[in-house]
Write a protein that binds this ligand. Structure first.
Ligand SMILES: Cc1ncc(COP(=O)(O)O)c(C=O)c1O
Length: 395
């Protein structure tokens, strides 16, 4: 594009697309090829050394994937982006790129369980360690108390999966700069439409593109957005070495999904807010967690750093039996592990992943066994709420 689009919706539609593609197609084509032929050995060596622009092998780059990366960089306001095969491929690549043997991570305790599993299984294997801070501790005091010579990176998520806890992004970015730590935020729940952490001083944003970025539950992928220098390091380092590259077809699905991100997020936010208000007025629901509710402990910070409160609502029931009955009574709303799709999805981990653990064992693992996470979909809000209401009547 010759002109620089400034509105979010305009970028969502146009950024990254076009390029110099023959025939002027209205959507970026899928370059479904593994390798790119070189014109001759000189041009091959120029492309490989980075002297000349071009592609070599889809594991390190491809025009469809690049279009997706460029759109993500424009939406997050970053210099560059690198796509991966999944959110976990992206998170693991960042951690392995930045951390050496014996290094330490400072991490918020309230993050996606898969990231914690990676700390425990893989980071521990390279003699790395993790120190945790809670979202509602006094972060200004807690982080300086935890930093040591070994600390290299700070990782957090806001809103977090599944409790929707909120962390002050600018505060973390400032502390990371002060102590020389590389700061990484998982912005899967926030999306670049609702918050842009790079503008608040964060070094690297990561997404499970599988969720709101794709938005249709049909592709797994991940992406990081960061400086040009870090993107280059990742592309020539962990992307190439671990090999967790995105497929061109999934990149195309994400490009298509992103064109409606702003519209979908507006609808998700409206419905989630309506659902949260409905749930908070009902009896027998001990807690409703939605950053848009004034009762939410992170409401003031969410209001400061987000332009909307997101499409996820979590709430608790009195016991696991009630959670199981609620989930099993749902009719239109489905149960499953993903989120951010057109369909409303409800999940209670206590009856699915942790059914073999006692409540006390769940709590020890940092899991609330009676929490139900709802990813509000794009159906009519009234239909979603009616289904949830009828399911609640039976518990
Ligand atoms: C917040 C968050 N980050 C990362 C991931 C991992 O992403 P993926 O499933 O694409 O590997 C998930 C998956 O649910 C998630 O919810």
């Amino acid at each position: 594009m010759g002109n620089d689009p400034s509105g979010f919706g305009t970028k969502a539609v146009h950024a990254g697309e076009g390029g110099r593609v023959p025939h002027n197609p209205s959507s970026t084509p899928i370059y479904q090829n593994s390798t790119f032929f070189f014109d001759d050995t000189t041009s091959a060596s120029d492309i490989i050394s980075g002297k000349k622009e071009g592609f070599v092998y889809t594991r390190s780059g491809n025009p469809t994937i690049k279009a997706f990366e460029d759109k993500m960089a424009a939406l997050e306001g970053g210099q560059a982006a690198v796509a991966f095969a999944s959110g976990m491929a992206a998170i693991s690549a960042i951690l392995l790129e930045v951390l050496g043997p014996g290094d330490e991570i400072l991490s918020c305790r309230r993050i996606y369980g898969g990231t914690i599993a990676f700390y425990e299984k893989v980071i521990a294997n390279i003699n790395g360690s993790v120190k945790y801070f809670g979202p509602y501790e006094d972060i200004r005091e807690r982080i300086p108390a935890l930093v040591s010579k070994k600390t290299k990176l700070i990782f957090f998520e806001t809103p977090s999966n599944p409790e929707l806890s909120i962390v002050d992004i600018a505060l973390i970015a400032g502390l990371a700069k002060k102590y020389g730590l590389f700061s990484v935020i998982d912005n899967t729940f926030g999306t670049p439409y609702l918050q842009r952490p790079l503008s608040l001083g964060i070094d690297c944003v990561v997404h499970s593109a599988t969720k709101y970025i794709g938005g249709h539950g049909d592709a797994i992928g991940g992406v990081i957005i960061c400086s040009k220098a870090f993107a280059k390091k990742m592309r020539t380092g962990m992307l190439l070495d671990l090999g967790g590259c995105l497929s061109p077809f999934n990149a195309w699905l994400f490009l298509r999904g992103l064109k409606t991100l702003h519209l979908r997020m507006d609808r998700h936010c409206e419905t989630a807010s309506e659902l949260a208000v409905f749930l908070s007025k009902r009896k027998n629901i001990p807690s409703v967690l939605y950053p848009g509710l004034k009762s939410h402990p992170g409401h003031a910070i969410a209001k400061k750093q987000m332009s909307g409160f997101g499409g996820m609502v979590s709430f608790t029931l009195e016991n696991r039996r009630a959670c199981g009955r609620f989930i099993d009574r749902l009719k239109m709303v489905r149960t499953g592990v993903s989120l951010g799709d057109a369909e409303t999805i409800a999940l209670n981990s206590g009856t699915v992943f942790y059914s073999g653990l006692s409540d006390a064992e769940c709590v020890k693992k940092g899991v609330d066994p009676v929490l139900i996470r709802v990813s509000t979909g794009l159906e009519d809000a009234g239909d979603i709420i009616r289904d949830i209401e009828q399911a609640l009547k039976g518990v």
